[in-house]
Design a protein around this ligand. Sequence first.
Ligand code: PBG
Length: 323
Amino acid sequence: MFPIHRLRRLRKNETIRKMVRETTISPEDFIYPLFVTCGKRVKKEISSMPGCFQESVDKIVKSAKEVYSLGIPSIILFGIPEHKDKMGSSAYDEHGVVQNAIRTIKDTLPELYVITDVCLCEYTSHGHCGVIKDGTVQNDPTLELLSKEAVSHAQAGADMVAPSDMMDGRVEAIRRALDEEGFHETPIMSYAAKYASAFYSPFREAAESTPQFGDRRSYQMDPANRREALREITLDIEEGADIIMVKPALAYLDVISDAKDAFDVPIAAYNVSGEYSLVKAAGKLGWIDEQRVMIEILTSIKRAGADLILTYFAKDAAKLLNK
Ligand code: PBG
């Protein structure tokens, strides 16, 4: 009771504030997304995501080295293929961009933990995450293709696969396919509670994966639903997911917090492209202090319960945190 309790005593200076700080972030918490494209010596900045690039394999190896040297243990790879078709066949091509990138990165930097995004939208001509029939995305026929994609990533040397398509039953299908090919030890991080979010639009420029008709609301979750996220996560864990993800992060801190309370698997959160671009744009205009806002956002995602954060800020934040 006042004046016995004065909470300001423990806020007096940075030393004591640090001593009682409940949440700290470190480069080890981060997973950095990289976009790999075909060709050689390509490094093209994504206009809506300053500081992020589409890079050919030769360039991406350099980027991967930089990431690792900053103390960030892991990357997640997205591919922009040369060729797109109805079935997304480049996604499970042994010589696809992602498969080539994995092999080259693991050759030069075996310690870097390489995760791959498993989805068809970057590889299909229609830009949807699954096979289309009669104008709708088909669930079960898609599972087979996703399984082939996951296996081909594992064969190329991926340390972990991360399905982001939101088809029902895909974790089980992928687990089975990996096990059949001898990849019992390859973990699955599922994008378990992935919402149909407007925050993905800069990514779609980056990955050239905008749906050519309709939207993703028939497979990704309705942003209004909180309890449904727990059902999605429960099912993915039952199907064999090793890590579950909530995506986006910042507008879904309640979902991250619920997931942390309800489950004992590691929780990842994806601080998505739109969340990054908003901060970068306002920072550029001088409307906010970009660095402080970045650290505050990443801290809030961890405070909500994320053990791992996929973020385009990983390098910027690591540089600050390493100082
Ligand atoms: C692929 C995928 C998307 C993102 C990650 N994997 C796009 C989408 O679902 O439309 C978004 C990532 C971001 O916005 O940073 N399905």
